[in-house]
Design a protein around this ligand. Structure first.
Ligand code: ADP
Ligand code: MG
Length: 395
C-alpha cells in the first residue's frame, strides 16, 4: 500500500504531498488541480511501461507540462507588492513524481525528470531526460532506507552484506531503471515494484453513446480485468461470476436497480452479450438497449469487482453521467472494492463524496480537498500535521 503521493513542478502542482489511505477521495473546485493529480499518477504508472518520456512528449513536452509559475512565491508577491512574473529560474528544470510505502515491506519510489545539458547541442535538446530514480523501503527516503539508486546512467544497489554494488550496464537517459534492469538476483525489489506499478489501473469516462464498444457483443475470453473502454463488459461479468464474487455482483445490481439482474448471453457465433432483467419487463434488455446511466453503472460494477484486484485503482470522476440516485449505490460499491485494493477517487460530486462517507467506516475515508492559491494547487482541508513527511532525492 502507498502512504504518500508527491508531485513537484507538474502543471499547477508546484510542490504537493498527499497522504493516501486505503480509500482516498480527492476533490476541489474546477481548475483546482484534480485532473493534474490524476495525470501525474498515470505518468508514474507509465514509468513501469517504459513510456514516461513519450507520454510527456504527447502532453506537449516539458516546457508545457512544467509548473509555469515562479520557483518561489514570496510574501511580497502574495501581498501583491511584487509582480509574480520576473523571477529568473535558478534551479535546473526538474519535474518530480514519487510515492512512499505504508510500511517497511512496501517500497517507495521517486523519479526526477529534466532536460539534457545544453552542450553539446543536439536535436533532442528539449527531449526530457531521467536524471535520478530512487527506490527505498517504507514511507520516507533516507540514506538508511535507500535500496536502489540511479544517477544519470549509473545504477547502484545496496548489497545484503551492506555497502553498494554497481548494477549492470548504463541506463539510457530516456529509459527508467525499472524497465531497463531485470536481474532478479541483484535487485529483486526492482521487479517487485515494476510489477506493482504495472498492475495499477485507471478508469476515466467510459463511453456509453450508441456506438460505444461496451454496447457491442464481444468475443468472449476470460477477462479478470475490464478494459479501459469497457469493450469486454460481458466477458468481465461472466468472469466475475466464474472466478470472482458473483454474490457481490448481484448485490451491487440489486442495490442500484431493485429487482434487476444481470446476465451474460452467448450468441450463436460465440460472442457474448450483456443483458439485464428489469422489474416489469418480459425479456432482458441487451447492453445496446440500456440507458447511458444503467450501462455506466454496470461498467463500474465490472471494473470494481475485478477478480484480480490491482495494487492501486484510480477512478477519475466516476460520477460523470450517472443519475444522482445511483451515487449512493456507487459509493457502497467503491467502499466494498477498497477492501481488496487501494483506491483513489477523483471527484467533484458532493453527493458521491457524501455517499462514500456514509458507506465507509468511521475515519476510513481519507478526504483531500484541493484549492488554487496563486496559481498553485494546495491542500485546503488538512493542517501541516496531517501531511506526511517527504524527501526528494537530491540532484
Ligand atoms: N504548466 C502549468 N503551470 C501552472 N498551472 C498550470 C499549468 N498547466 C495548467 N495549469 C493550470 O492548472 C489548473 C488545474 O487544472 P486541472 O487539473 O484540469 O483542474 P481540475 O481537474 O481540478 O478542474 C488549471 O487551472 C490550469 O490553468
Ligand atoms: Mg478535471
Amino acid at each position: 500500500m502507498l502512504s504518500t503521493l508527491a508531485i513537484a513542478h507538474y502543471r499547477s502542482l508546484r510542490e504537493l504531498v498527499l497522504p493516501l489511505g486505503r480509500l482516498t477521495v480527492i476533490t476541489g473546485a474546477n481548475g483546482s488541480g484534480k485532473s493534474s493529480v490524476y495525470r501525474a499518477m498515470r505518468l508514474l504508472a507509465e514509468v513501469a511501461q517504459g513510456g514516461v518520456v513519450r507520454s510527456l512528449a504527447r502532453e506537449g513536452g516539458l516546457p508545457s507540462t512544467l509548473w509555469a509559475g515562479p520557483e518561489h512565491i514570496s510574501a511580497a508577491m502574495r501581498r501583491g507588492e511584487a509582480p509574480v512574473q520576473g523571477t529568473v529560474r535558478s534551479a535546473p528544470v526538474s519535474l518530480r513524481l514519487g510515492f512512499g510505502g505504508a510500511d517497511a515491506e512496501d517500497f517507495g519510489y521517486a523519479i526526477d525528470i529534466g532536460l539534457p545539458p545544453p552542450v553539446p547541442p543536439s536535436p533532442f535538446s528539449l527531449d526530457p531526460e531521467i536524471k535520478i530514480e530512487s527506490l527505498w523501503s517504507g514511507p520516507l527516503l533516507r540514506p538508511s532506507t535507500l535500496l536502489v539508486e540511479r544517477r544519470g546512467a549509473a545504477l547502484r544497489g545496496r548489497q545484503d552484506a551492506g555497502g553498494w554494488q554497481s548494477l549492470g550496464r548504463p541506463v539510457p537517459a530516456w529509459a527508467s531503471m525499472l524497465t531497463e534492469f531485470a536481474d532478479p538476483r541483484s535487485a529483486p525489489e526492482m521487479l517487485t515494484l515494476r510489477e506493482q506499478l504495472r498492475s495499477w489501473r485507471f478508469y476515466d469516462h467510459f463511453r456509453t453513446d450508441a456506438e460505444a464498444p461496451a454496447r457491442q457483443p464481444q468475443l468472449g475470453t476470460r477477462t479478470p480485468v475490464l478494459a479501459a473502454d469497457g469493450a469486454d463488459l460481458a466477458a468481465a461479468i461472466a468472469t466475475i461470476r466464474e472466478i470472482g464474487d458473483g454474490e457481490a455482483l448481484d448485490a451491487a445490481v440489486e442495490d442500484a436497480f431493485p429487482g434487476a439482474r444481470v446476465e451474460v448471453q452467448a450468441l450463436a457465433d460465440g460472442r457474448l452479450r450483456t443483458g439485464m432483467h428489469q422489474h416489469g419487463l418480459l425479456r432482458a434488455l441487451s447492453a445496446a438497449e440500456l440507458s447511458d446511466g444503467t450501462l455506466r453503472y454496470l461498467l463500474w460494477v465490472a471494473a470494481l469487482l475485478s477478480p484480480r484486484p490491482p495494487a492501486l485503482l484510480v477512478l477519475n470522476e466516476p460520477e460523470t453521467s450517472l443519475h444522482p440516485d445511483l451515487l449512493p449505490a456507487l459509493g457502497r460499491l467503491i467502499v466494498r472494492a477498497a477492501r481488496d485494493t487501494q483506491l483513489i477517487v477523483v471527484s467533484h460530486a458532493n453527493r458521491l463524496i457524501a455517499a462514500l462517507d456514509d458507506a465507509a467506516d468511521e475515519g476510513a475515508l481519507q478526504r483531500i480537498e484541493l484549492k488554487k492559491d496563486f496559481g498553485e494547487t494546495r491542500i485546503a482541508n488538512l493542517d501541516m500535521d496531517s501531511i506526511p513527511r517527504w524527501q526528494w532525492p537530491a540532484r
